[in-house]
Design a binder for this molecule. Structure first.
Ligand code: ATP
Ligand code: MG
Length: 607
């Protein structure tokens, strides 16, 4: 569907919803790169091909400048990470520069806190803009001069219609626009009115400045787009200095030009804005004309990547904030335990395409799992504890058993884990009446306590009132110290444990996907976020029994809890001696299993 109006709001309105665009599909890695111009060199994507061709042609004096241009009206999400990785990596590859520019042209939605948060996120991701930190608001005087030049050359006029009239008279895809009765004001009158708009003489909505292009244009964005609006809201950087603010389309390309950006890389929805982007550069005949190149934005299954919707999640209290560990924001992912390396690897894997698609969230999860598997120390902790008493182990005694820090990384060494008569094991590692092929604890069954020994369960003690199992009575084989079977007898189950006397109590938060559906913004779900949320996206467990070595864990530390998943000490709620842990991700893709099961059930239902 075509929607008109970059001037309806401050930002360009999406012309085509990428989720419903022709060709939208569940693409994964690099499917589209191969479409045209198969690279015959060392380029990774079509943008590199364009840059290399420009370099060969001697354009831009051989110096490449890109930019990452966030609007500081929210926190960055994983989609922005794709744009950040792309822009900074291109600059690095071609010995150029990537600027960080805040496109802060809308005082009503922007905030300094977001500016700081964005800088923190870009640095965390591993990129540095050096001293090239810019703000569109820093160009307000230059942009104002550009606007005056447009008036002077007969390319802009002050329109005194209301915004509603302007919208109505712009027409639509099927209906040509109607020229404003103010369109032919003289240059002198336009200059006078615009000067007085700038001086704050008029109320909001009294006048706007518009480019004089073509109200009959088939390209609706070219039907005299707005350049300036009156806004009496103080700006987070310029305060009350400016009562008028430039529109995004006007400010963006000219800011690129001022910064001598060579390749202005943006997402596909800006393709329709390119003629207007170029119109400003040509009409003002600026000395530096950047080239706008569009690429496919990142869309992820079971996720929303739109600041507007993320903001709703925050404001409607579905999450605790922008940095809630379930959010796809970089601050949320960081708090959840994601690593910048994994996010960069993910962006590299998905590549840069020219057609929109959807990437499976499982691919991101796989990437973080891979990185954490290679780098996380292993510890044993018990989340839902059940007491296990080894009756034939001496009271008051402690043994120490040696565990590898990370079996994937022998250089990481080993650590010692205390063992004593009373342990905790995971409640769901015991079943009184197990099915076939149950190799874990049940009366009469011998299992291995990881790295420690073999124990046989003798009896399960129940609460006389509730019938709940409260304790397991076991015996160990002292000859199995270290966990090896002393006579080669087969023990198939291995479980983790902690020593009750040494473990400490802590809160652990089990995070899962925030959305229960594949495409939360699909029309069929209406606009109701609550109806598409996964009700089990957070389970808070208290009284977990954690390994004593974790007591002094620094916030942000990432670990694997053996058999349970990857966890990270929360950076906000942990206090010295009292870490709180967030589950980053389980050890396996449980959603794939659920999906498989569902599809099997469906198939069975059809038969
Ligand atoms: P949102 O769509 O979440 O509201 P936005 O486009 O309004 O984001 P900006 O602050 O304008 O947010 O984004 C800065 C840059 O990041 C832009 O160049 C934009 O094209 C890019 N970007 C935003 N979302 C994505 C995405 N999902 N995938 C790739 N790049 C993105
Ligand atoms: Mg944008």
């Amino acid at each position: 569907m075509l929607a008109w109006g970059c001037n309806d709001g401050y930002r360009a309105v999406m012309k085509t919803d990428p989720r419903t665009a022709p060709g939208a599909s569940s693409t994964t890695a690099r499917e589209d790169d191969q479409s045209d111009n198969a690279p015959d060199d060392l380029t990774d994507n079509f943008i590199e091909e364009i840059i290399e061709a420009d370099l060969r042609a001697g354009k831009h004096g051989g110096h490449i400048v890109t930019r990452f241009p966030p609007e500081p009206n929210g926190c960055l999400h994983i989609g922005h990470a794709k744009a950040i990785c792309l822009n900074f990596s291109l600059a690095a590859k071609y010995n150029g520069q990537c600027n960080l520019r805040f496109d802060d042209t809308n005082p009503t939605t922007e905030d300094t806190d977001f500016v700081e948060a964005i800088k923190e996120d870009v640095h965390w991701l591993g990129f540095d803009w050096k001293d090239k930190e810019f703000f569109a608001s820093g160009y307000f005087p230059k942009l104002y001069d550009f606007a005056r030049t447009l008036i002077n050359t007969g390319h802009a006029y002050v329109d005194s219609q209301s915004l509603a009239e302007i919208r109505e008279n712009r027409g639509n895809y099927y209906k040509p626009g109607i020229e404003s009765p103010y369109r032919d004001r003289s240059v002198a009158e336009n200059l006078d009115l615009f000067t007085r708009m700038r001086a704050g003489e008029f109320d909001e909505g009294a006048h706007v400045l518009r480019a004089k292009i073509d109200m009959q244009s088939s390209d609706i964005l070219m039907r005299d787009p707005l350049l300036y609006r009156i806004h009496k809201t103080p700006h987070h950087r310029t305060g009350t200095e400016w009562p008028i603010y430039p529109m995004y389309d006007f400010a963006h390309g000219l800011s690129d030009s001022i910064e001598r950006v060579t390749h202005s890389i943006c997402t596909l929805e800006f393709q329709n804005n390119r003629p207007l982007y170029n119109w400003f550069l040509e009409t003002l005949d600026v000395p530096h004309k950047p080239q706008q190149i569009e690429f496919a934005r990142l869309n992820l299954t079971s996720t929303v990547l739109s600041k507007r919707v993320l903001q709703r999640l925050v404001h409607e209290n579905h999450v605790t904030g922008w940095n809630d560990p379930r959010m796809p924001t970089l601050s949320g992912l960081r708090r959840r335990g994601y690593t910048p390396e994994a996010i960069r690897a993910f962006c590299d894997t998905i590549g840069v395409a020219r057609r929109d698609g959807r990437i499976e969230l499982a691919l991101l999860e796989h990437t973080i799992r891979e990185h954490l598997n290679a780098t996380s120390p292993r510890v044993m902790s018990v989340l839902r504890p059940l007491r296990l008493v080894i009756e034939n182990y001496p009271e008051g005694n402690t043994d120490f058993f040696t565990c590898p820090v990370n079996p994937e990384d022998p250089a990481a060494g080993t650590h010692e884990v205390p063992f004593s008569r009373v342990l905790y094991v995971e409640r769901d590692d015991f079943l009184e009446d197990p099915p076939k092929k149950w190799f874990r604890l049940t009366p009469g069954r011998e299992v291995r306590l990881r790295y420690a020994c073999l124990v046989t369960c003798k009896e399960a003690i129940k609460d006389p009132n509730t019938g709940e199992i409260v304790e397991l009575r076991c015996e160990w084989d002292p000859a199995s110290r270290g966990g090896a079977s002393p006579d080669g007898r087969k023990v198939r189950g291995t479980i983790h444990w902690v020593s009750a006397a040494h473990a400490f109590d802590a809160e652990v938060r089990l995070y899962d996907r925030l959305f229960a559906v594949d495409n939360p913004l699909a029309e069929e779900h209406g606009n109701d976020l609550a109806s598409v949320l996964n009700p089990d996206s957070l389970e808070v467990l208290t009284g977990c029994k954690l390994a004593p070595s974790l007591k002094t864990t620094q916030p942000g530390t990432r670990l694997q809890f053996e058999r349970l998943g990857y966890f990270c000490a929360d950076t906000l709620d942990s206090t010295p001696g009292h870490p709180v842990f967030n589950r980053t991700i389980g050890l396996r893709d449980s959603w794939a299993k659920i999906a498989q099961k569902q599809s099997k059930t469906k198939q069975a239902g059809r038969r």
